[in-house]
Design a protein around this ligand. Sequence first.
Ligand code: GDP
Ligand code: MG
Length: 187
Amino acid sequence: MGSSSGQSRKYDHSFKIIMVGDSGVGKSTLLLSFISDAFTELDPTIGVDMKIKYIKVGGKELKLTIWDTAGQERNRTITDPFYRGADGIIFVYDVTQKRSFTSITSFWTKEVEQRSPKKDCVKILVGNKVDKCQESQKEVSTEEGMALAKQHGFLFFESSAKTQENVKKCFQELALKMLEQLQKQRQ
Ligand code: GDP
Ligand code: MG
């Protein structure tokens, strides 16, 4: 079992997760929803930075260190250390804003891939704010989201940080997949 200093909890594995996507898609809100099981209104310029959450998945206690971009995504000034050593990447777009979906491809090809993430880094695509629209008002259909995820080998979910829909699920599925990757490596 690993453990960091002091009174912190014991865990079997520790994973670094980073969140990327256009400004305003709900990255910070998703993260806080996951951490606190509640919807919180945030100051977009401050964001969240980094949070730690312990979860039990696949019979293992996992320490998730989740890094959020705190406004840097606006100027695309996210730096190498942010990406370094990431075990999981969450790509977030807003289902009611097509542009944020289009941005995902450039985040992947221009930002992430260029920084040579770990080969077995797990990626998940999350279409957020599903509470905001009837299916007909959506700018990005579920099928389009699925197709992009399939193309790049990402997991895929649609979520709402507001209603909590699929918020836990996204992080749990990502954690499970990271755990699988780790176990594969160790075989
Ligand atoms: P970020 O820039 O990607 O971190 O986005 P924020 O988390 O700051 O969210 C931007 C705005 O969208 C805020 O006003 C949030 O309250 C709102 N928001 C975030 N997630 C959702 C959601 O799932 N549904 C709705 N309706 N609003 C959301
Ligand atoms: Mg933010």
